[in-house]
Design a protein around this ligand. Structure first.
Ligand SMILES: [Zn+2]
Length: 184
């Protein structure tokens, strides 16, 4: 597995507690799920491939389990937060390390028919808008706990060899707040 020193997601995967802290939702065998910073979209998660590749086509035989982990996380978000619609985005234009954005969309969002990036671009330059989109309707710890409960109850696969060595493969992430930095 290549881990370019300049890749922020490789750096985060090398030390998930430091980077994501209590926002880490689930350590799957092929990916790590993290509650994202834009919790106006309650339950918004990132799913980061454990492998530094830029395209799905580069995962080979690991593509199917990676996609299954994404679909399972999507199902958890649907079950826990009952959005009007879920948006699946695999971009990587700014951080070319395979990661999904799973954005739940809600009917009371006045811009529910537009891509979230229009609002998020505005938030870059407008502190009030940034705060509104980050704040959300639930504390992040509650959203993480709901997702973890659902995934546990549905037998979501866990961990990698590295994770298993670190925490026995079954322990919950420690409750420590990460930086929650947005990942474009
Ligand atoms: Zn990377």
């Amino acid at each position: 597995m290549s881990e370019p020193s300049s890749c922020p997601l490789c750096a985060a995967l090398a030390d998930p507690q430091q980077h994501w802290g209590a926002r880490q939702v689930w350590a799957f065998p092929h990916s790590v799920a993290v509650l994202g910073p834009w919790q106006y979209y309650t339950g918004y998660c990132l799913l980061v491939s454990r492998e530094h590749v830029t395209e799905l086509s580069q995962l080979g035989a690991r593509r199917t389990p990676f996609l299954e982990e994404m679909a399972l996380l999507a199902e958890a978000i649907e079950a826990c937060f009952q959005p009007h619609k879920l948006n699946y985005e695999l971009l990587g234009n700014q951080v070319p390390h395979l990661h999904w954005h799973l954005f739940p969309r809600y009917a009371d969002d006045p811009q529910s028919r537009q891509p979230v990036w229009l609002a998020l671009n505005r938030a870059e330059n407008e502190p009030q808008e940034r705060h509104r989109l980050e704040a959300g309707f639930l504390p992040p710890s509650e959203s993480v706990a709901r997702l973890q409960r659902w995934l546990r109850e549905h037998g979501a696969p866990r961990g990698s060899e590295r994770e298993s060595e670190a925490d026995g493969g079954a322990a919950e992430p420690q409750k420590r707040r990460g930086s929650g930095e947005p990942v474009p």
